[in-house]
Write a protein that binds this ligand. Structure first.
Ligand code: ADP
Ligand code: MG
Length: 440
């Protein structure tokens, strides 16, 4: 638009100058025509009578020059080099034998005057002489005309500029419009919507749309591939580990020697740890992927939490840990159930892991101000200096020594909370224990 307006401004200035100079030329020409006619009418009145030159001015010679602004008129008549009549100091060009009327702009009595000069040979009885007539007129009227012309040209130019401005606006919006509509239709798409763009666009934009469509096709393909890869990798890592573990356990039952038994136990622990780490790594990869392409469903968050607790209950029972659940239900949220389950499982798993045996974990569910799960345990709580950093990937606390883990649980929970527009808040209770708030 700036380019178009700039162009219009330059055109306007050029137009203004051209119109003004052209109109000034025409105005000057019409003044010249009258001046020339006046000078010629005087010259035509010159006759030779009784061997003398006589000039009897017609009245019209000067009256034709009258203007509304009362311009002053000067004249001079020469017979050869001698002034016959008029203003003898009116400047005069040296005329050659030229039948045409000459026009010039001169300065006389501190005023600019336009001057017409004509000359002719008079031949009479025994006399041959050259009569030169010059009529000059001040230029006040002409200046007025010029000012009027300039003003009109200016108005005309301004009108032209306004029109160009409107045209520029119209052209720009007509050009940008389809582009903006295209951008909007792409921006409004859901994160998983990689369908090709079908909206009709101007033919100039067709290459852009077609390369965008190709890109989305490739993107869709690679998204599918990575989804498949994550599932495949999870399967490939977990299954053999489970097999190795069950073999190791079976062998443990058959072996009597204490040394061998200890080695097998250490092996089983290591397998547990790596299958857990692999599992969490894959969970984390899956969560990063799904959080970027959040698939929202209506989920009862309270029921989801109950379900996770049910599944972890066997571990809780082994430790004599009891869950007390209270709060609102159902809590219907719009979110990805797999992600939510994963996050909640990691948080409850932590609470279990860091709780002493024969303790209680308080599970509180709130629907307002935003859906949230508050977990309070009676364990050692967080190390206060570490609270800021614990939610980072692969970060474990000082209090975690002796427990299995990869430092990914809180990172997963935080990613999931943030993907749902919420947050994960870690605090210590006033009494012993940690308080974790997972909000959506
Ligand atoms: N309920 C809790 N009580 C005390 N400390 C906790 C609790 N939950 C988490 N933590 C601390 O936060 C750290 C990070 O937790 P997490 O990311 O789940 O990793 P991991 O459980 O694998 O160590 C833990 O290592 C632990 O120090
Ligand atoms: Mg954990």
């Amino acid at each position: 638009m700036i380019t178009l307006i700039g162009g219009a401004a330059i055109l306007t200035v050029v137009l203004f100058l051209v119109v003004r100079s052209f109109s000034a030329q025409i105005a000057q020409q019409s003044q010249d025509n009258v001046l020339g006619a006046s000078a010629r009418s005087i010259l035509d009145a010159a006759v030779i009578r009784d061997g003398q030159v006589e000039v009897d001015f017609p009245y019209a010679s000067f009256s034709m020059l009258s203007t509304p602004s009362d311009d002053r008129i000067f004249y001079v008549i020469y017979q050869d080099d001698k002034v016959l009549s008029g203003y003898h100091d009116l400047p005069l060009p040296t005329l050659l034998d030229d039948p045409d009327t000459k026009f010039l702009t001169n300065s006389y009595l501190d005023e600019t005057v336009r001057q017409a000069v004509v000359s002719r040979q008079l031949v009479g009885a025994g006399l041959r002489t050259r009569i030169t007539v010059s009529v000059a007129q001040t230029q006040e009227n002409f200046a007025g005309t010029l000012a009027r012309i300039s003003r009109n040209a200016l108005i005309f130019g301004a009108g032209f500029f306004c029109l160009s401005l409107l045209l520029a606006l119209w052209t720009t919006s007509a050009t940008i419009g389809p582009l903006r509509r295209l951008a909007n239709s792409v921006a409004q798409r859901g994160p998983k919507d990689l369908r090709p763009i079908a909206k009709p666009v101007p033919s100039e934009m067709a290459p852009l749309v077609s390369s965008l469509n190709t890109l989305m096709g490739r993107l869709g393909q690679s998204l599918n591939q990575s989804e498949e890869f994550i599932a495949e990798a999870a399967h490939r890592v977990r299954t053999p580990l489970a097999t190795v573990r069950s073999h190791a356990e079976a062998t443990l039952h058959r072996v009597d020697k204490e040394d061998n038994r200890n080695a097998l136990k250490a092996m089983i622990r290591a397998i547990d740890e790596s299958s857990r780490a692999a599992g969490q790594l894959l969970d984390h990869a899956m969560i990063t992927f799904r959080a970027d392409h959040l698939e929202r469903h209506e989920v009862d968050f309270a029921a989801l939490v109950d379900d996770v607790i049910d599944r972890l209950n066997p571990i809780a029972e082994m430790k004599d840990v009891e869950f007390t659940t209270r709060g609102d239900r159902p809590i219907i949220v719009s979110g990805d159930p797999i992600l939510l389950q994963n996050a909640v499982r990691n948080l409850i798993d932590n609470a279990l892991k860091y709780s002493p045996s024969e303790s209680e974990i308080a599970v509180e569910l709130r629907a307002a101000p935003s859906p949230r799960l508050i977990l309070q345990d009676q364990g050692p709580g967080f190390v206060p200096e570490e609270i800021e950093t614990l939610s980072m990937r692969f970060t474990r606390g000082r209090n975690a020594q002796g427990t299995v883990g990869s430092g990914l649980g809180l990172a997963i929970a935080q990613d999931v909370a943030m993907a749902h527009g919420g947050a994960l808040v870690l605090e210590n209770r006033k009494e012993e224990g940690a308080c974790v708030t997972f909000s959506l």
